[in-house]
Design a protein around this ligand. Structure first.
Ligand code: SAH
Ligand code: DHB
Ligand code: MG
Length: 401
């Protein structure tokens, strides 16, 4: 192993400064570190600056469910759990019962017991049991246990993910040992094999970053889980994907219109192509918020405010599609029969999550038909005589082609 860097004192001092500016520790975090020292645990928890990074990442993605592999005394667990949205939860896996017990004490001191479950035992066994219990997907997964098993942890993490899940791997660089071949060191081999897998997995968009700081020279990998090749047998998946695809097709056709045509008034539906398609995307955003429910509040409506080009609306549709898919995943996890309240025009109604999702995906269909009619009436050669074919059958045929 390469010697400690002569730069280490600077890295330590900078990490202390970063901690003071951006990652101040409270009593609960300090007590967690002190307890680990008292019990003689290795000083391998994330630094405060890194802990704060984990918290900020969780906040950024609005994490509702977090999985951590490797608890130690619960130091990173506390940072991560503080990044959860209200009502969110975290599962952390620890081999050693003594460490798990200590972590529970520290988590309790941080007043996070209600949100955090510590599972004791070999992480591979705990991961198997999470998978066989059909646990809903996690939004963020932090891999930070023994490095030998990194390839297997990665596979389990992907299996416990949804589209949009963020996987963070600690200690990916290990003072540069990552690039050494045939070391005979299982932890180096483990990280290298994991890197090979990440690089080859078409579902993962990943970045590796070298870091220096109080923990020396190391690094992290961030992997974003993408689109899975799906069996496409699930009616809700089909509705969600077809709906977004069909709206995209209509918006593409509108890309060839003049501004006047895009805003031309018709005595039908919301009144123009711009207004009807803004309404379709606006409803996706609104229903995603309603489905997520308190504490999520409705975003400001996108309708009747700014005017957008078809390209701008397409970009907004992409965001609305992935947001709605994430809300649908969470709705599935809660049970599609779960009822929730929807205030509409001064009156409160009760819908099931399933009914809301069927509504929002078929609502688009109604307004797209109006759009096709408007496009036809515009009599634009190449568009009005070649209206997009957008029913689910066309979608299937196109996917086949
Ligand atoms: N995430 C912690 C540090 C974790 S250190 C923090 O930053 O605060 C790695 C932990 O993984 C150790 O506590 C170790 O006991 C645990 N571990 C090692 N092998 C394991 C395994 N096979 N299953 C579960 N946990 C394991
Ligand atoms: C080790 C493990 C860690 O999770 C870490 O952050 C640093 C070192 C180790 O096992 O040596
Ligand atoms: Mg680590």
């Amino acid at each position: 192993m390469s010697p400690a860097s002569p730069q280490q004192p600077t890295w330590d001092a900078v990490d202390r400064a970063l901690e003071q500016w951006l990652a101040p520790q409270d009593e609960a975090l300090r007590a967690a570190t002190a307890s680990a020292d008292r019990e003689g645990l290795p000083r391998i928890a994330v630094s405060p600056a890194q802990g704060r990074l984990l918290e900020v990442l969780a906040l950024a993605i609005g994490a509702r469910r977090i999985l951590e592999i490797g608890t130690l005394a619960g130091f990173s667990t506390i940072w991560l759990a503080r990044g959860l949205v209200p009502g969110g939860s975290l599962v952390t896996l620890e081999l050693d019962p003594e460490r798990a017990r200590l972590a529970r004490t520290n988590i309790d001191r941080a007043k996070l017991t209600a949100k955090v479950e510590v599972m004791v035992g070999p992480a591979l066994a705990s991961l198997e049991s999470l998978r066989s219990a059909a646990t809903p997907p996690f939004d963020l997964i932090f891999i930070d246990a023994d490095k030998e098993n990194c390839p297997a942890y990665l596979d389990h993490a992907v299996a416990l993910s949804r589209e949009g899940t963020l996987i963070v791997v600690d200690n990916a660089i290990r003072r540069g040992r990552l690039i050494e071949t045939e070391t005979g060191d299982a932890s180096v081999e483990g990280v290298r094999a994991m890197m090979d897998r990440i690089g080859k997995d078409p579902r993962l968009a990943a970045a590796g970053i070298q870091t220096v700081g109080a923990k020396g020279y190391d690094g992290i990998v961030l992997a974003l889980v993408g689109d899975a090749p799906r069996a496409a047998g699930d009616p809700l998946d089909i509705l969600l994907r077809h709906d977004a695809w069909a709206t995209r097709e209509v918006l593409r056709a509108c890309g060839g219109l003049t501004e006047e045509q895009w805003h031309r008034r018709f005595e039908i539906g919301p009144g123009s192509l711009h207004d009807a398609l803004t309404h379709v995307v606006g409803a996706m955003l609104r229903w995603a918020d309603r489905i997520d429910g308190p504490p999520t509040e409705l975003r400001p409506s996108i309708e009747g405010v700014a005017q957008r080009t078809p390209a701008e609306l397409l970009a907004l549709l992409e965001a609305a599609e992935s947001g709605l898919a994430a809300s649908a995943d969470r709705a599935r996890a809660r049970g599609l029969g779960t009822e929730f309240e929807v205030p509409l025009a001064g009156k409160t109604h009760r819908f099931t999550l399933g009914a809301a999702l069927v509504h929002v995906t078929t609502h688009g269909m109604h307004h797209r038909a109006q759009c096709l009619n408007m496009l036809r009436h515009l009599s634009v050669p190449g568009i009005s005589d070649r209206l997009p074919e957008i029913d689910p059958l066309d979608w299937q045929l196109q996917a086949e082609a």
